[in-house]
Design a protein around this ligand. Structure first.
Ligand SMILES: [Fe+2]
Length: 256
């Protein structure tokens, strides 16, 4: 199976025409599937980014397109803040979104995946190809609380602690998905936004849970792990990342 992997396209930070060119080059390599491993969005509203990427990807590739969500895809800009003072850069421009604005974002992403016939791992679970390949996945979340702008664009204190909630919710959803693996799923590939294997010191603050990675390797027999988020270019032993960076979208061909 020939996979074209891309991620971290961050549309609106990255120009759409550069992303279109990247998809055009990727489809010319005739992959069996295209995988977009999250952080579609580069603006203040996650769903606008995801929707734009799903539409572009579908315009360039007629075959299966698989996607998961990244942290930026959960971003929602809340209402304008009354505390904002244009002469004081320490004041917030926007409030954090409330729960209904945040849920609307996710629902809209889900709908645009459906409308563009994109397999969204968070909703659609395991993707199977040619009877022997099983691609499981989920965007997942940080293992450690990040020092990033995520906190500005997500609701405060969801079930007590938004980051803990995201970690727990995404992990539980993945564990549930894995119960659907069968003995026929001989070659197992895993897709996430956050890396979970081959975590080095420099990755630690950006990584997902390495214990989860160990479990996926040892208990579930996944042999290839495709991720995004760290903007690195990597090809194995287990872990693959395409090396997209802001303004510089990239893809990578992986033969499984
Ligand atoms: Fe990310």
């Amino acid at each position: 199976m020939k996979i074209a992997l891309t991620s971290d396209l961050h549309i609106f930070a990255t120009k759409p025409k550069h992303i279109e060119k990247m998809f055009d080059e990727a489809q010319a390599e005739a992959p069996d599937v295209v995988i977009v491993a999250g952080d579609h969005n580069g603006g203040g509203y996650g769903y606008k980014g995801s929707r734009a990427i799903f539409e572009i990807a579908r315009r360039y590739f007629a075959g299966p397109i698989l996607a998961c969500l990244g942290n930026h895809d959960y971003w929602v800009q809340g209402a304008k803040s009354k505390l904002y003072d244009p002469y004081d850069s320490r004041t917030p421009r926007f409030k954090n979104p409330n729960l209904s604005e945040w849920n609307y974002n996710y629902q809209t992403i889900k709908e645009s995946a459906k409308n563009n016939n994109i397999h969204l791992f968070e909703e659609d679970g395991i993707f199977r190809f040619d009877n022997i390949f099983a691609i499981a996945g989920h965007g997942l979340w940080y293992a450690n609380i990040p020092n990033s702008n995520d906190a500005l664009y997500m609701p405060i204190g969801v079930e007590g602690d938004t980051h803990r909630y995201m970690y727990k919710k995404t992990t539980e959803a993945l564990l549930n998905q894995l119960t659907h693996l069968t003995d026929d799923d001989i070659i197992r590939v895993f897709v996430s936004h956050f890396p979970v294997v081959e975590i080095e010191e420099r990755d630690r603050e950006w990584a997902g849970d390495p214990n989860l990675g160990d479990m996926l390797k040892e208990q579930y027999g996944f042999t290839k792990f495709l991720n995004g988020h760290t903007h690195q270019n990597r090809s194995g032993t287990l872990r693959y990342e395409c090396g997209s960076d802001y303004y510089n979208p990239k893809y990578k061909i992986i033969e499984v």
